[in-house]
Design a binder for this molecule. Structure first.
Ligand code: GUN
Length: 292
């Protein structure tokens, strides 16, 4: 069994990015600049955004964190988005999800300039990704593809079962894995909450990508020997630690890992990869915007 080490791989990618930033700065240009907008004070979202901003520092990017109150109106947020679209010093930005209920998230995401949409959530970028055109691929599916690529996991002709059909993970990774590409060329089944007899599918799977958010959902008797397991679950489960919670994946790691050929741990698997890929998208955005 080989652990797909997202912590190490994401560090390798961050080193590669920081080398590029050093070259950019040595030539006298300013470094890439990522901004993150967060609305409200949700603990998990603040933690994620904090990690993204810290990662920027690590690779030499400029970063700006824009904290807005939960009470902000949709129009005020749209104005902020427009301001960021027009700010020449910002190469890419994200609006952290979820947004408060009184704000239409789709409307906000549609307002983000596709050229600065380093999350890859805008329909233009999602459409390009679907067609296999150069674009910003969302950080989580991009991170999974990069892990599979760097560990040379064979995906061609394999049966990949994706569990969960979210816009951010399940649906895009199902598209990427089925594309004529390496990694890719997989036969993909997309399972979700209405899927019947999910065990029958997981037992046939050569590769399982679980993005469900149900702790320990995938048990050893649901998988075959030699399976590749990608666990995207990051559920906070209360415990007696100082933080008051621990992060638990969708997979019963202890038992499933014994049957796996490759598996991602939680934490330290897909999670760190998403941040590295966001930085990669921001570097790409910087390079593209310089051209125009
Ligand atoms: N909330 C959970 N994951 C993400 C992400 O990748 N990007 C943004 N903007 N919000 C999120």
């Amino acid at each position: 069994m080989i652990i797909l080490d997202g912590k190490k791989t994401s560090n390798d990618i961050k080193i590669e990015i920081s080398e590029s930033v050093k070259e950019i700065v040595a030539k006298g240009s300013r470094p890439p600049h990522l901004a993150a907008v967060i609305v409200g004070d949700d603990g998990a979202s603040l933690t994620y955004v904090g990690s993204k901003v810290r990662a920027c520092k690590k690779v030499g990017f400029e970063s700006t964190l824009i904290k807005l109150p939960k009470s902000i109106s949709e129009n005020e947020l749209l104005e902020k988005v427009e301001e960021l679209n027009n700010d020449e010093k910002i190469d890419g930005y994200i609006v952290q999800l979820p947004l408060p209920k009184h704000i239409d998230s789709q409307k906000i995401l549609m307002a983000v300039s596709p050229d600065k949409d380093v999350d890859g959530f805008h329909p233009t970028n999602f459409g390009k990704m679907t067609l296999g055109l150069p674009t910003f691929t969302s950080a989580t599916p991009y991170g999974i593809m990069e892990l599979l690529k760097r560990y040379k996991v064979e995906t061609s002709g394999k049966h990949t079962v994706v569990i969960g059909r979210s816009d951010i993970v399940g649906r895009p990774i199902s598209i990427l894995m089925s594309q004529k590409s390496d990694p890719g060329n997989s036969t993909v089944t997309l399972a979700h909450s209405r899927t019947k007899n999910i065990n029958d599918l997981t037992k046939q799977a050569d590769i399982i990508i679980s993005a469900l958010g149900v702790p320990n959902f995938i048990k050893a008797d649901m998988v075959k020997d030699g399976v590749v397991v990608i666990d995207v679950g990051i559920t906070r489960v209360p415990d007696n630690s100082q933080k008051g919670y621990k992060i638990v994946g969708d997979v019963d790691y202890e038992n499933v890992s014994k049957k796996s050929s490759y598996i991602t741990p939680v934490p330290g698997g897909v999670g760190p990869m998403t941040i590295a890929m966001l930085l990669m998208n921001c570097l790409k955005s910087y390079q593209e915007l310089l051209k125009t």
